[in-house]
Every structure is written in C-alpha cells, then in structure tokens.
Design a protein around this ligand. Structure first.
Ligand SMILES: Cc1cc2nc3c(=O)[nH]c(=O)nc-3n(C[C@H](O)[C@H](O)[C@H](O)COP(=O)(O)O)c2cc1C
Length: 234
C-alpha cells in the first residue's frame, strides 16, 4: 500500500508540511512526501487534449507526479491559506488532475485526507480541496485545519505595520468577527492605540506558531493517519 503526501506550502518545514508528514507516518504504509514548490507543475490551460487519453500533454513535472498519484492508494494534500484560497501551487496541481477525470474517472477508489493551515479562512481551503478531489471520484476520509504563523510575525515590521493580518481581519475592517484576536491571544497583544489600517501597534508574545507545540492538533493528524491505515488494511 502506498500513500503520497503533497504539500502546497512553499515555506520550508511549514506547519502544512509537518501535519502532512505526521499523517503519512501514522499510516505506517510505504510513503512519499512531495513539495509542489520544489517541482514545476503549472496550471491547466484548458486545451482538452486529455479528454480521450486521460493524459495531460503539458510538459512539466506533472508527467511523473501524475504517475505517482495514480500508483498511490491514498493521498494527503495540504495547503496554506492564501487570500482565502489554496496556494497557487495547490490550485495548479488540482487543476491538472482534471486530466484523470474524463470518461473513466481514474481516481475513483482512492482515499484522501486534506490539511489546511491559515490564520482566519483555513476551513474554506480544506473544504475546497475536499470538494475538488471528490469531483475526481476520490473519497475524503479525513480533513483537518490548523492555525499557523501569520507572515507578519516573521516579516520584521509586523508589530508596527498598519496593514498586518490582524488588522486586515479585524471586525472594524471586515464587519465580521473572524476570531483572529482570540485565536492568537497567546501570541500577540494588540495594543489599545492600534487602529486598523490607520495606525498599527502590537506586541509579539511569541513570534512563531508551530503545530508541533499543539498536542491536540498533532493527535488529530495521527488519528487521520491511523484511519487511513485501517481503511487500507480492510
Ligand atoms: C500571500 C499570502 C496570503 C495570505 N492570505 C491569507 C488569507 O487569506 N487567510 C489566512 O487565513 N491566512 C493567509 N495567509 C497566512 C498563511 O495562511 C499563514 O502564514 C499560514 O500559516 C501558512 O501556512 P504554512 O506555514 O504551512 O505555509 C497568507 C499568507 C501569504 C504568504
């Protein structure tokens, strides 16, 4: 039994990567981890040349990657949340899976799990990835989300920048409570003089949020891995 993990995060050893790897490991199966940012998989160009052959004609790394996908019994896909959506790496990969759908629905029978990491909108990403795979005939057996490190924690001027993510997702600006302040209260103290998009001011209590420090999140990844193991064994 083979399990393939595919990460759409370009960040080295990102939270997305850590969770995919934890799921892979818990399956106990023959496994491989691929980072889309380290290979070349461009978007679908809608040429429709794959319709009768189920083979994409574009000449990039999807040629071998699609073979690995087809050989896998289970796939784990993970993405960070960028602009409320999956990363462009993940979007391009999923678009290219279109070649496996026509007429034969070649991915039918495979099982999958999805992982999405973000600051505020990661659930939408997990849902989208699941729906995209389901449309290809894949059964989603597990889906998880986690809070990650907002880029403003590591970019440098985050504490003083007016346009930080916690300001962009603030109630003042969006009219919704996206729960960012609550989710990051152990990491960030937003100071009283902070005025979203007018004057930013905060204090970092911790500058990196790692899923490795969150036992419940890591346990959920291992639970999904074990679920995949059981499904593959039965
Ligand atoms: C270009 C860009 C856009 C982003 N947009 C969002 C967003 O719309 N919603 C969100 O929740 N997080 C957003 N983020 C924050 C990332 O989702 C966050 O940094 C996440 O932890 C990255 O996951 P990773 O560390 O596994 O790569 C964005 C980050 C970047 C680089």
């Amino acid at each position: 039994m083979k399990v393939l993990g595919i990460s759409g995060s370009p960040t080295k050893e990102s939270n997305t990567d850590v969770l995919i790897r934890a799921i892979l490991e818990a399956t106990g199966a023959e496994r491989e981890f691929i980072k889309l940012s380290e290979i070349k998989v461009g978007p679908c160009i809608a040429c429709m040349k794959c319709v009768c052959t189920n083979e994409c004609v574009l000449n990039d790394d999807f040629k071998w990657l699609s073979r690995r996908v087809m050989e896998a019994d289970a796939i784990i896909i993970g993405s960070p949340t960028y602009y409320g959506a999956a990363s462009a790496f993940m979007k391009a990969f999923i678009e290219r899976l279109y070649s496996k759908r026509h007429i034969k629905l070649l991915m039918r029978g495979k099982i999958a799990a999805t992982v999405a990491v973000g600051v505020a909108a990661e659930r939408m990403v997990a849902e989208w990835m699941g729906n995209a795979l389901r449309a290809g005939g894949v059964e989603i057996v597990g889906s998880m989300t986690a809070k990650g490190t907002p880029c403003c924690f590591v970019c440098g001027p985050g504490e003083t920048c007016n346009y930080t993510v916690w300001n962009a997702y603030s109630k003042e600006l969006t009219g919704m409570d996206l729960g960012v302040e609550e989710a990051y209260k152990d990491y960030l103290e937003i100071l009283p003089d902070n005025k979203p998009y007018a004057h930013g001011s905060a204090k970092f209590l911790k500058s990196y949020r790692s899923v490795k420090d969150e036992p419940a999140v890591m346990d959920e990844a291992r639970r999904i891995g074990k679920l995949i193991k059981e499904r593959l064994e039965n």
